[in-house]
Design a protein around this ligand. Sequence first.
Ligand SMILES: [Fe+2]
Ligand SMILES: [Fe+2]
Length: 320
Amino acid sequence: MSRERYWRAISIDSITPEYFPSVALFLKTSGNYVLYKDPDRMFTLADFSRLERTYTEFLYVRSGDMEVLNDFMESTMAEMLARNDLSSIAKGRILYQTSVNCVIDMFESPETTANLLRCRNLVQNILQYVASDPHVLDSLKTVVDNNFYIFTHSVQVAALSLLIHERLFELAPDEMIDVGIGSLLHDYGMTFITNEVLEKNDALSDIEYWKVKQHTREGYDYLKHCGNYGEIVLNIVRYHHERYDGNGYPTGLKGDNIPRSGQVAAICDVYSALIMDRPQRKANTHADAIKIMLDEAKSGAFNIELFNKFVDIINETSTT
Ligand SMILES: [Fe+2]
Ligand SMILES: [Fe+2]
C-alpha cells in the first residue's frame, strides 16, 4: 500500500466541534503527517478556530479509521447540507470529499451491495446539492487532490453529469441515480491497468495506450458481470470515450447512436481532466478548458449542440 493511500483527507468544515467520532486526526506539514488530536480528546471549538486561523482546509485520518468516519459522514450528510451556518463552498467541499472516500471503497469492491447503497445515498445528496445551489461548481476544484486523481475525477464527473442531466433532461429519480453511479464508476476499468502505466510521466507507447483504452471494455465487462448495475450505468462506463464523429473507442459508435448518458459523460470527463493538475501539466483555467474543448467539438469530438448547452450551464454555475 502506498503511503498516500494510508491517509484520507477530511474537510475541517465537516468536523463539527464537540460532535465527532473519536478518531485520531493528523495535520500534514511539509509532507509529514503529525498527530493533531488523539482519539480520547474531543475536537473543540477552539480547535476549529485555530485551524481556521491558519487556513487549514483538511485534516487527515488513518485509512483504518475510515469505516467509522464514513458511517458518520454519510449518515449526517443530509443534515450537514441543510445547515445555514455553512457556506456553499464548505458544503461542496464536505460532500465531494466524502464522496471521494466512498468512491475509493467502491473501486475496491463494486460488487458489494453495502457499497452500492452508500453510493446511491451519496449520489442522492450530490443531486440535491447540484439542483439547489446556483454556484455549485465553485467548490469542485477545492477537493483535495494528492494521489487520488482518479477518485476526485470520478466525483467531479458525477457532479457535472448530474448537473447537466438535471438541467437539460427529465429523467426519473432512479435514472438520475444511475447517471450518478455510472459517472462515479466510469473509469472503474482503470483498476485493471498496472500502476507502471498509470503513473508514467512520459508519453505512452502504442501498446501502453492500447492497454489504457481497454479500461472502457474491462470496466464494462466486470460491472456487467456483477449483475448489480443497470443499462445507464453500463452505458456510461462503456461509451464515455466514444466520439460523436465515430472516431472514439471502444466501439466507434457514431452520432446519436452513442447513448445520451455516454455523450454527456464524455464531455464532463474531458472538462474534469482539463481543470485538474496532472503530472505533465498544471490545471487549465475554466476558460482555457472550454476553449480547448470547443476546438475538440469543432473537430467532431462532441455533439456541438449538447456541448454548447454544457458551456452555458458551466458558465452559469461557476463564478471562478
Ligand atoms: Fe475513461
Ligand atoms: Fe475519466
